[in-house]
Structures are given as structure tokens and as C-alpha cells.
Design a protein around this ligand. Structure first.
Ligand code: ASP
Length: 441
């Protein structure tokens, strides 16, 4: 089995951490293809290399030269090479990189150099080839990932026992470097895993996987050791941020599990994310609820009209208003004569809310509309909910016992999640009550 391992910014932050990474790789001969992020923060208040590189580009635009920010980048890498006692000529590489930054004059190129340099150093440390993502990860002219990359990667890595690949970037057909969105090395790792048909995509980070809820709300919540792709999608969409959300698709389509692991506690079990069927077949004791996630600051627009259901095109006309304003909605719970639009409040700021409400009133002539803001959404997620009778009763009694008024409920027909809307001020209390009910045993 081939394992593709991606190491995040904290794992690459300094020489000591890179040595841990090297130990992890050497401990398992299946760990063949290594994707790395740029060095991240070493301590609170420190800078991420990628942020320094964005600054480098801004400085370059202002002054036409590489200034203080690039000097900081250089000294971080010099120090890493020193700490690792490598004979690698980092000064020559930094000089060549500086010249290229000057020639390319592109923000994406400059930002990508953190991963480039980190991968060069890691390849040196492991004594394995460096594979430049510029040659094997392809973007189209609109900056979107091009699936031809799978073939390019497979060909480039064929016959290589091990290799280090820089995360976060690739290039378009003309060779111009393009980057994924921030945190995008997760995507690079997933793409490489798919290209080499890996048995597992190991994503090494600085936490031991997903927790059942936000540890800022409940101290030391239990870890989630197994998760299905669908549960992952629901939880990450609602704010559980361990992985870049786009990194799921390449591996999910190819049925490759993702294993989230902690570089600083490699013995921890982490979280194994599996295709839904494998997850359901292989999990002996399915918990009723797998995890709880949530976000604050939503606005609910309630639309009421008698006989709304028999009016052809009613929803269509509302959607047209949203389309016109380029607004996406999160949920659309509806009753017989009511429909609610749940929208991220950010999208409705600067007077947009008033315009949207007026346009909806014009479009469908409702009997009444009303709006309430400052709503928090809490997603209670788990395949186990389908199997156990009385989950909603338990959920809503727990919330009621905490003295919280529920403003909105939405349950997808998949029964994989129940979304509860409460006032922002009741968010933490509700999460705690739900956690106590389903995880305290
Ligand atoms: N270094 C890039 C960032 O900070 C990409 C990554 O770490 O995944 O966003």
C-alpha cells in the first residue's frame, strides 16, 4: 500500500519539527510521497512564511526591491538548514529564488516559494528526490485545478521509491505558477494521493484529529476517531476546521480514506475519514451523534403567504431575487404557508438586507415578512441518528432544559444532521447542553 503524507505548517515550522517529520516518514516504508506546507508559526506572535512572502510581494511592488520581509524568510530558512546540519547550499537557492521573484513579478509565484523552499530542504534531509509541483500540478487558464495533473503526477513519480512534493501551488499551461486558496497544501496532498492511488492519505497536523465539539466551549471534548466523508462535510461546513474543505473531493471520488494525525503525538489514534459505506460497515458501535459544530451570525428572513404551496413558481421567484443580489443561502426550512431563508449576515450587510426584503415582497407579494438577525446555527451530525428512535426528543429536551428558545429547525431528509437555530447569545450554552446529552457517559 502507498501512503501519501502531507505535513502542515506547524510540523515544518523549524528544524526540530522537521526532524520529527523525518522520523515519522522513516518509521513506515509505505510513507512514500510527502507533500509539505511552508513553515508556519513557531510560537504565538511569530509569522508564517507564506504571510511574509505576501508581504515580500507587496514590498516589491512598492519599492522595486526585496526588502525586510524577504530577509526574514531567508533567515528562517538559513536557521532551519543550520539546525538540521545539512550541507545544502541554501544561500545559493535563496539568491536564485530572489532573482526569480524579481523576474516573475507575480504574487502567486512569490507566495509559492515557502512550499518550494520547504520541500527542497525536506528532500535534502530525507535524501530523496524533490518533485516540483510546477511541472506536475496543472491549473487551467482560469486558475482552476486541471485533472490532467493526475497523469502528470503519476508519470513523474513512477518508479520513485520516495519523493517530496511542494504543496499549495502548480502552474498553468504556460508555466506560470498558480496557487490554491490559503491552506491549499491539503488539496495538493489529496491530489497526489489520488494520482498514485494511495491506500490512505495521511494528513499530519498539530491536533489529534477532530473533536466532538469546539474545545473553547467544552473543555477537552472526546475525540472523533472515525468519521464518514459525509459527516466530515457537514461538520467542516459548519465550522470544524481541521482540513481545507476542497481537499476532500479528490480522495473521496477515489474512495481513499484520509487519516488526520498529530506530528507532535504520533501515537494518538487521530481521525480516520472513510467513504460512507465502509464507515457504516466497519463501525461496530455507531454513536447516535458523531459531532457538533456551529457558527454564529446568521439572518433569517421569514416569508408567510396563505396557499404559498399551490402557487407555481413561488420559490423560483425568491431564488431569482437571491441570484440577482448574488447571495447564497444556507438553509431553506419551509412549512405549508411559510418559508425561511437562512443567510450569513455578512452577505446582507451595508443595506443589502433591506433591498432583498423589498425585492422579495415585490416578487411574491407575501402576507407578511419578518426578519431576525443574530442567529447561531448548530449542526448535530451523525449517521447513528437514523438508527436511533427519539434522537430529536433527546436533543430538544436538552436544549429546553438549558432554558434556550429554538428559533429554527432544519433536518435534511438524509437524517444525517439536525440544524438548530438559536440566538447568538445562547450559542455556547446550547452546544454544551447538546454535548452533555449525547457524549456524557
Ligand atoms: N502555506 C500556505 C498557507 O499558509 C498553504 C498551506 O499551508 O497549506 O496558506
Amino acid at each position: 500500500m502507498i501512503k501519501v503524507c502531507k505535513f502542515g505548517g506547524t510540523s515544518m515550522a523549524d528544524g526540530i519539527n522537521m526532524l520529527r517529520v523525518a522520523d515519522i516518514i522513516r518509521a513506515d516504508s509505505a510513507r512514500r510521497y510527502i507533500v509539505v506546507s511552508a513553515p508556519g508559526k513557531r510560537f504565538g506572535g511569530d509569522s508564517k512564511i507564506t504571510d511574509l512572502l505576501y508581504e515580500t510581494h507587496a514590498e516589491f511592488l512598492r519599492t522595486g526591491t526585496l526588502g525586510a520581509a524577504y530577509e526574514k524568510v531567508s533567515s528562517r530558512f538559513r536557521r532551519i538548514v543550520d539546525e538540521l546540519h545539512l550541507s545544502f547550499d541554501i544561500d545559493a537557492v535563496l539568491k536564485e529564488t530572489a532573482a526569480e521573484i524579481g523576474r516573475e513579478r507575480s504574487e502567486e509565484f512569490t507566495a509559492s516559494r515557502g512550499e518550494y523552499l520547504a520541500a527542497r530542504v525536506m528532500a535534502e534531509l530525507l535524501g530523496v528526490p524533490f518533485a516540483d509541483a510546477r511541472d506536475i500540478i496543472r491549473f487551467d487558464e482560469n486558475g482552476r485545478f486541471d485533472p490532467v495533473s493526475y497523469t502528470l503526477i503519476a508519470e513523474a513519480l513512477k518508479g520513485k521509491r520516495r519523493a517530496v512534493i511542494a504543496g499549495f501551488y502548480g502552474a498553468d499551461g504556460t508555466g506560470r505558477v498558480r496557487t490554491f486558496s490559503r491552506g491549499g497544501s491539503d488539496i495538493s496532498g489529496a491530489v497526489v494521493a489520488r494520482a498514485v492511488s494511495a491506500g490512505v492519505y495521511e494528513n499530519w497536523t498539530d491536533v489529534s484529529g477532530f473533536l466532538a465539539c469546539d474545545p473553547h466551549i467544552v473543555p477537552s471534548p472526546v475525540g472523533i476517531h472515525r468519521l464518514s466523508y459525509r459527516e466530515l462535510r457537514e461538520l467542516s461546513y459548519m465550522g470544524a476546521n481541521v482540513l481545507h474543505s476542497e481537499s476532500i473531493f479528490p480522495v473521496r471520488e477515489a474512495d481513499i480514506p484520509i487519516h488526520i494525525l498529530n506530528t507532535f503525538r504520533p501515537e494518538d489514534e487521530g481521525t480516520l475519514i472513510l467513504p460512507t459505506e465502509k464507515y457504516l460497515a466497519g463501525t461496530k458501535h455507531l454513536r447516535t451523534v458523531t459531532g457538533i459544530a456551529g457558527k454564529k451570525n446568521f439572518t433569517v428572513i421569514n416569508i408567510e403567504k396563505s396557499l404559498m404551496n399551490s402557487e407555481i413558481g413561488f420559490t423560483y421567484r425568491i431564488m431569482e431575487v437571491l441570484l440577482r443580489h448574488k447571495i447564497s443561502f444556507e438553509h431553506l426550512p419551509s412549512g405549508i404557508d411559510t418559508m425561511s431563508l437562512v443567510i450569513d449576515s455578512e452577505e446582507l450587510s451595508h443595506g443589502v438586507l433591506e433591498e432583498v426584503r423589498r425585492d422579495i415582497e415585490e416578487a411574491v407579494s407575501p402576507d407578511r415578512t419578518n426578519v431576525y438577525s443574530d442567529v447561531a446555527l448548530i449542526a448535530v451530525v451523525g449517521h447513528g441518528m437514523t438508527k436511533s428512535v427519539g434522537t430529536s426528543a433527546r436533543l430538544f429536551s436538552a436544549i429546553a432544559n438549558a432554558g434556550v428558545n429554538v428559533r429554527m429547525i432544519d433536518q435534511g431528509s438524509s437524517e444525517l444532521n439536525i440544524i438548530v437555530g438559536v440566538d447568538n447569545g445562547n450559542y455556547e450554552r446550547t452546544v454544551r447542553a447538546v454535548y452533555e446529552e449525547f457524549f456524557h457517559d
